[in-house]
Design a protein around this ligand. Structure first.
Ligand code: PNS
Length: 166
């Protein structure tokens, strides 16, 4: 049997309930899904790659055909290495589309890999890791937006940052 592998790439800094919704739906569509944290050079990160992988591994335990990996180079090179036929991305709004379309087209010019867009469930359409971090930084309640253990790690990391003056 031909195993259809998809890669769900992202920064996941940290993983949100919106990401988890996409992982589960991708897992229903493909035989195997690799949730992969990569480098987005235009973003600064709160958690290290190992910490992000650790949180992703914890949340992906719920999906038997999903595994977690990190990659450092091009996403297309990682997809080729893994034998993946598709890249799965969640689309929240029209504003996501322009950037995602550009990346999808660039990626398909680099390798034979399709990008599949999954529309975000309406309850998560406003959800972004960057906003979750900002809300938590100013003392807002992010429960319901990220898993509880992620919320705890987020609060701890922000406290550490505050105390160190970073
Ligand atoms: O969650 P993000 O930050 O939107 O994820 C972006 C990510 C990591 C998927 C993207 O930046 C990426 O693919 N980085 C790897 C380097 C690469 O392949 N760049 C070319 C993209 S067209």
């Amino acid at each position: 049997m031909n195993v259809r592998i998809a890669v769900c790439p992202g920064s996941f800094d940290p993983v949100t309930n919106g990401h988890i919704d996409i992982f589960g739906r991708a897992a229903d569509l493909f035989d195997e899904v690799i949730v992969a944290t990569g480098l987005n050079p235009s973003k600064t990160r709160l958690f290290t790659p190992d910490e992000r992988i650790d949180m992703l591994t914890e949340v992906c335990r719920a999906f038997p055909n999903v595994r977690v990996a990190g990659f450092t180079g091009l996403l297309t090179a990682f997809c080729q290495e893994q034998g993946a036929v598709a890249i799965v991305k969640g689309l929240r709004a029209v504003s996501d589309y322009e950037y995602e379309l550009q990346m999808a087209q660039m990626n398909s010019s680099l390798a034979e890999v399709e990008t599949v867009f999954i529309p975000t469930s309406p309850e998560y359409s406003f959800l972004a890791s960057s906003l979750v971090k900002e809300v938590a930084m100013f003392g807002g309640d992010v429960s319901g937006l990220v898993p509880d253990f992620v919320r705890e790690r987020l609060i701890t990391r922000l406290d550490e940052r505050k105390r160190s003056g970073a």
